[in-house]
Design a protein around this ligand. Sequence first.
Ligand code: TRP
Length: 508
Amino acid sequence: MANGRGAWKSKIGFVLAAAGSAVGLGNLWKFPYLTYRFGGAESSEGKGAGGFVLICLISVVAVCLPLMVAEILIGRRGGRNPVGSFRTLRPGTLWSAVGFLGVLGGALILSYYSVVAGWTIEYVWKAALGQFSEYGEKVSDEEVREKWCTDNKVKGQAECDALFSKFLDGFATTEERERVLLEKRLEIYPQRLFAEFVGSPGKQILYLAVFVLLTALVVAGGISGGIERWNRILMPLLLAMLFFLVVSVASLPGAGKAVDFLFRPDFSLLSVEEVLWAIGQAFFSLSLGMGALLTYGSYLPREARILPASAAIAGLDTLVALAAAFVIFGTIFSFGLKMGGQGIGNLFTAIPVIFMHVTGGHVLTVIFYCLAAFAALTSTVSLLEVVVAYLIDERKVTRKKAVILSAVAIFFVGVPCALSFNVLQGFRPLGTTVFETLDYFCSNLILPVGGFFIAVFVGWVLTQEERTAELPEAGATLYRFWLFSVRFVAPVAIVALFVGLLLGKVSG
Ligand code: TRP
């Protein structure tokens, strides 16, 4: 672009960067976890997640994809950061507040997202050192007994000892007993490693700093020289690693069952709640509602076509989520495992257990955490760029200064989030830790509110000419479908999601 703000060098660069923003930790843990839960994977009737997966796909096509087009459209037409774009399109109105909410959301999401992103680095390291394979030696008999008693809700030391010995005596052969005990050790060890890791304030702050620094280095390189360049390297690597994992898992006995589970439609479990979860998941996973794609869209040249690019971004994001779920379920079903708790920690406690069952699992864990680290970095980069673009366009500072200023500020907000897992664990001014409060506030408030106003702005405020000028590629039918969604379907879906969130029916 002639205004010196920087621009994508190629269309594929933009698609990869935007897909990089969308593909993140949400795809790797939240989607598999939700399909697992809504598919009733643990119930003996062997339900399927196909119903939930189908609603996710419908939400993507009917609600989120049109919204993505709307967001990118504002960015390209406005040619600036979220605040500047609204201001350029409708000067002197309150619309720029929506952009401001996005910039604020970007900074806040980045500060807690970077904490978890930092964990992926430590886990690449742990996996490479082969720490997860050491469970046989590292877990003591006492720990196994404690865990068994907690799992079976046995209280009191004496009773625990007695019942556990009885349990041990119940095995027909020593081999069988050793096998079961080893399995328990494998369950315990990653949880212990994780608890030790997040329990260390020093390490948490260190990794937060490292991740914010990495993000800052990429963003400091500018649009084509930094963000596009790194996404062009990291995204193909990510896809290649995921492909390798899929191929490895495809040869396991549970692979067929995983496909069946993911795609067999079972609508008996369908509920309003599930539909809301599906919308929320699609929304978060596609990075909508806070202007990340808007900002990326502002670097898009006039001749690039928004519709096919958006379809490619949403398609890639969906594909990655499905592939990640396949990898996890394929292994789980092959070895009769369970998924465990629902928190983000799952990505760090369940994955090692899951992969340690596979031959070559050691290599698979290294690959998996590299993949997670890349997925996280390409997302944090897009978040930081929103803040940086705002500072450059509106506050007239240089890119370098903008990066330093915002990275430092975000690091400081990130510190209490990093400490939420250790020294500040008990600090819960609003009932939850600082980390959880920020996540709740951003995912449940800023993103849906932002998404709602983006839809209303494009659907009802922009003129027909303004819209069609940005979408010359859309035929009449496609355009009508899109406009209908942006005007009616998306706002209604978001309001429903919002009400569901407030009533506590769904969360983030
Ligand atoms: N889509 C990201 C994920 O799946 C998370 C996310 C939500 C995000 N909103 C964002 C990332 C905005 C970048 C920008 O993990």
